[in-house]
Design a protein around this ligand. Sequence first.
Ligand code: SF4
Length: 61
Amino acid sequence: MKIQVNPDKCPQNHRCPSIDVCPRGAITQKDIHSLPEIDSGKCILCGKCMSFCPKGAFEMV
Ligand code: SF4
C-alpha cells in the first residue's frame, strides 16, 4: 500500500497544504505548479494528508 496524488484531482496551482500536516515530512513539491510527491520510505500511511486535502487528491493504492 502507498499514498499517491491523483493529478486529475490536484489542480497544481498552489502550495500543497498537506505538506504541513504530514508528521513525517514525507511530502515534497518542486514548485506550486508541480504535483506533490510522497516519499514512501518516510510515509507511515497515517492518512492525515488524505483527510486534509480539500480536493481529495491523496489516494491510497
Ligand atoms: S499518510 Fe501520513 S505520513 Fe504518509 S504522506 Fe500522508 S500525512 Fe505523511
